[in-house]
Unconditional design. Structure first.
Length: 253
C-alpha cells in the first residue's frame, strides 16, 4: 500500500535527505587514491552520527556497514572494507540517513582523478538520465514515463539499464511502495499522485544489464566485468510538480 505523505512529513524527509546529501559532499572530500572503502565508511558513519542521525544501512537485514561503496564493475551494495580506491576508478557511494524517524536516500558516482573517456561518458549519461526521469514526475504522470526517459537517454549511447534493482518509496520506512523501475514504456504503470515520495536511482552498465550477486549475498557486479554507474535522488510529487528532497545545502532546488 502506498502511503501519501503530508507537507510536514515531506519537510521531515527533506531534512533527512539534505543530511544524506551533505554526507556525500563530506565523503567526496576524502575520496582520494589510496584510501580504503572501509576508512570512507568510518568517516561517513561518524559524520551521520555527529549530526544526530542514524545510518539506515547498518544492520539492515544483516548489512554490516553504514554506507554502500561500489567501485567500477560493482553495480550496487558494495560492502566497505580493505579495497583501495585507485586513480581512474568510478566510485558509487550510497547513503541513507534516519533523522527524527524519517529516511533520506541518495547516491552519486564519483570519478577519481583522470578516468577513461568512456567511463566519464557513462557517469554523465547516468546522471543526466536521472534528471530527465525526475522531469517526468508530476501528479497524473505514470511510472512508465520515468523508465522510458532513462532508457531513451542511455541506450542510444550503447549503455544498458539494470533490471534487478529499482527505485522505491521512502520516508517513514527504508523501503516502501511503489517500486520504481528504471525501464518502461510511456503511458504505462501506476499513475502518480501528490504526496508520493520515492527514489529514482538508475544503475546503468557499460555493457550488458545482467548482474550477479557475490558470495557475501550483497555485492552485485556486472556479469561481463564492465563498468557501472549510479545516481539517486529522493523526490516528492507535489501539487506544483516535483521536489527533489536530497539536495545538499549548497545545491539549487
Amino acid at each position: 500500500m502506498i502511503t501519501l505523505k503530508s507537507r510536514d512529513e515531506i519537510e521531515q524527509i527533506r531534512l533527512s535527505g539534505q543530511l544524506a546529501a551533505d554526507t556525500l559532499d563530506f565523503a567526496a572530500k576524502h575520496l582520494l587514491p589510496g584510501v580504503t572503502t572501509g576508512r570512507l565508511n568510518q568517516l561517513i558513519h561518524t559524520f551521520i552520527c555527529d549530526h544526530g542521525a542514524v545510518p539506515a544501512t547498518l544492520g539492515y537485514r544483516g548489512y554490516p556497514a553504514s554506507s554502500c561503496i561500489s567501485i567500477n564493475e560493482v553495480v550496487v551494495h558494495g560492502i566497505p572494507g580493505s579495497r583501495v580506491v585507485a586513480e581512474g576508478d568510478l566510485v558509487k557511494i550510497d547513503v541513507t540517513t534516519i533523522l527524527n524517524g524519517f529516511y533520506g536516500d541518495t547516491a552519486r558516482t564519483f570519478c577519481v582523478g583522470e578516468v577513461s573517456p568512456r567511463a566519464r561518458q557513462l557517469a554523465e549519461a547516468t546522471e543526466k538520465s536521472m534528471y530527465l526521469a525526475i522531469a517526468e514526475v508530476r501528479s497524473g504522470a505514470r511510472l512508465g514515463d520515468i523508465g522510458a526517459a532513462i532508457q531513451g537517454h542511455v541506450e542510444p549511447q550503447g549503455f544498458s539499464v539494470v533490471r534487478d534493482f529499482v527505485g522505491h518509496g521512502v520516508g517513514l520506512e527504508f523501503h516502501e511502495e511503489p517500486s520504481v523501475p528504471h525501464y518502461g514504456r510511456r503511458g504505462t504503470g501506476l499513475r502518480l499522485k501528490s504526496g508520493m515520495v520515492f527514489t529514482i536511482e538508475p544503475m546503468i552498465n557499460e555493457g550488458v544489464f545482467n548482474v550477479r550477486i557475490l558470495k557475501d549475498k550483497w555485492t552485485a557486479v556486472t556479469t561481463d566485468g564492465k563498468l557501472s554507474a549510479q545516481f539517486e535522488h529522493t523526490v516528492a510529487v507535489t501539487p506544483e510538480g516535483c521536489e527533489i528532497l536530497t539536495l545538499s545545502g549548497g545545491e539549487e532546488k
